[in-house]
Design a protein around this ligand. Structure first.
Ligand code: HXC
Length: 511
């Protein structure tokens, strides 16, 4: 073979690999409103930065006539490139090749990416679109999955791991995304379930559609499995890029700082009016968050799930932070099982990746009821307490209104290690709300008139921030209009925080 022929051979192989399962299947994929694995990767990465790895790998299966059905790359496109100029590892399952199913070779490619990413300290993003285990390969495919799961766990808390589900993802295959930090789904195009509608029909006699069982809406509102959902693939992939812009490449780096034109000392008179004087009136905590962060740019995580708590990413003076906030506009901002778990996981992510925590508190307590108690609110509420207490990143807390009972302690109080605790003059830091307190203190009953008076007296005496401030539990009571400047100053003051918990194998969070 002469030199030219050798170069031609390489070009031919590359072209073959790039065709995946062939033009017909690519057309079918497009007709279903889906892109191919390669198209997705090119859309996701900065232009011209993709370097493919194992493009010519094939499966090693000789059963079911598979030796005659080898496709270069074997249904997985993987490699590395850049997002906003920073290194990212990526793999994408190619549905045009055996339905994106996972072969042993396929798993080897993913494992190689995971190991490189861990060694180099850069995020891994998986674009999933797969019929699950390569049925022709049996247990070898299962072994491949387990290798991937193992790497997911070992990488957890070291490098960010992100999963975008862009097609089917069923059976045990769901557990790799579930082990990663964030799951993105596409409305009506992606589905996740452990057992599908047919198995469910046989076992439990329930009739449920694929969409209702495991679509993006279900996982964004009911199960809390998905953290983000996009209206189409393009939007979803852009959201992954946006998320990465807030994150460091690994746990030893600080999150990336970007230039910010929003003045750090911006005073906002509007904030003076947001929290109503009447403690029973709801308001939207988003308004406070949007007003104080840089350029109103808030990337909310799980915006449709457990809406009584708000979590997400924002920046102050260009520096990324994680925000946790009770939402008095939904169930009065009460802490329940779902909101505790949602926030606990977010707090632990931020702590693992050096994102300071800014917490806004307006919480009437834990939700009462047999549903909550039987569901284990004790252990689930404890997760949030545990997460805030073990977090060693800078912790800044602002109490806007209610901070009652155990929920006061839980919501990043001074007592569990917060560095700066601020309160508005509207704050009510007390063991419980005035009405509840009076009902208990005066068990024997008071006339309506006496009760109103007693409630008023209690409110005056205890439902304010001054008692807590006199004890040093609150560092400063501030005018709401100064919130942004106060947070920026607190973040700057805590920037070099040195704090670590005692060495241990790992803690025992109440799961
Ligand atoms: C091999 C597969 C495959 C698989 C799909 N294909 N899934 N090949 N192994 N798991 C092939 C099909 O044969 C077909 O090949 C092509 O991919 C496209 O599939 P279609 O069925 O035509 O596509 P569609 O109608 O869109 O349906 C997609 C689907 C369906 C819902 C994913 O293919 C399906 O139900 N597949 C089987 C899912 C499954 O049971 N997987 C194993 C689960 S067990 P041709 O040549 O016709 O184009 C599992 C265990 C994991 O995953 C455990 C981990 C611990």
């Amino acid at each position: 073979m002469d030199l030219k022929a050798k170069y031609n051979q390489l070009d031919t192989y590359n072209k073959q690999a790039e065709l995946g399962g062939g033009e017909e299947r690519i057309e079918k994929q497009h007709a279903a409103g889906k892109k191919t694995a390669r198209e997705r990767i090119l859309e996701f990465l900065d232009p011209g930065t993709f370097n493919e790895i194992d493009k010519l790998m094939t499966h090693r299966n000789y059963d079911f006539g598979m030796e005659a059905q080898k496709v270069l790359g074997d249904g997985l496109v993987s490699g590395y490139g850049k997002v906003n100029g920073r290194l990212v590892y990526v793999f994408a399952q190619d549905f045009t090749v055996f339905g994106g199913s996972l072969s042993r070779a396929n798993a080897d490619k993913i494992v190689k990416i995971q190991e490189l990413a861990l060694k180099m300290g850069a995020p891994v993003v998986g674009l999933n679109d797969s019929g699950g285990a390569r049925i022709q390969e049996g247990v070898e495919s299962l072994a491949g999955y387990a290798d991937i799961f193992y790497n997911n766990v070992i990488s957890s808390g070291v490098i960010p791991q992100i999963s975008a589900i862009l097609g089917p993802c069923a059976g045990g295959a769901v557990y790799s995304p579930a082990l990663t930090d964030f799951i993105f789904m596409v409305n009506e195009k992606s589905h996740m379930f452990v057992t599908g509608p047919e198995v469910i029909k046989t076992v439990t006699h329930e009739d449920v559609s694929k969409e209702e069982l495991g679509g993006a809406h279900t996982h964004s509102t009911k199960s809390g499995v998905a953290h983000f959902s996009g209206s189409d693939e393009e939007q979803t992939i852009m959201m992954v890029r946006e998320l990465l812009s807030f994150l460091p490449s690994n746990n030893l780096e600080d999150p990336p700082v970007i230039p910010s034109m929003d003045p750090v000392d911006r005073i906002d008179e509007h904030l003076q009016e947001i929290v109503p004087v009447d403690p029973n009136k709801p308001y939207d905590m988003h308004e406070i968050i949007q007003t104080v962060i840089d350029n109103k740019h808030f990337l909310e995580v799980q915006p449709q799930y457990a809406q009584n708590i708000i979590v997400g990413f924002a920046r102050f003076g260009g520096r990324p932070v994680g925000i946790v906030a009770n939402q008095p506009g939904h169930l009065a901002g009460v802490l329940d099982i779902n909101s505790s778990v949602k926030a606990a996981r977010f707090v632990r992510f931020c702590d693992a990746f050096n994102l300071p925590l800014v917490t806004f508190v307006d919480v009437p307590g834990f939700l009462p009821g047999t549903n909550q108690e039987f569901g284990g609110i004790i252990k689930h509420g404890a997760k949030l307490l545990y997460a805030f207490a073990e977090a060693t990143v800078p912790k800044i807390t602002i109490i806007t209104r209610k901070a009652y009972g155990g929920a006061y302690d839980v919501m990043s109080s001074k007592h569990i290690g917060a560095d700066v605790n601020l309160a508005y003059p509207t704050a009510e830091i007390a063991v419980m709300g005035p009405e509840g307190a009076i009902n208990i203190i005066h068990r024997n009953g008071l006339s309506a008139e006496e009760k109103t008076k007693a409630v008023e007296e209690y409110r005056e005496k205890f439902a304010n921030p001054y008692k807590a401030a006199s004890l040093g539990y609150i560092d400063e009571i501030i005018h709401p209009k100064n919130t942004r400047k106060k947070i920026v100053d607190a973040l700057e003051m805590t920037h070099n925080k040195r704090k670590s918990n005692p060495p241990k194998k790992h803690g025992n969070i109440p799961l």
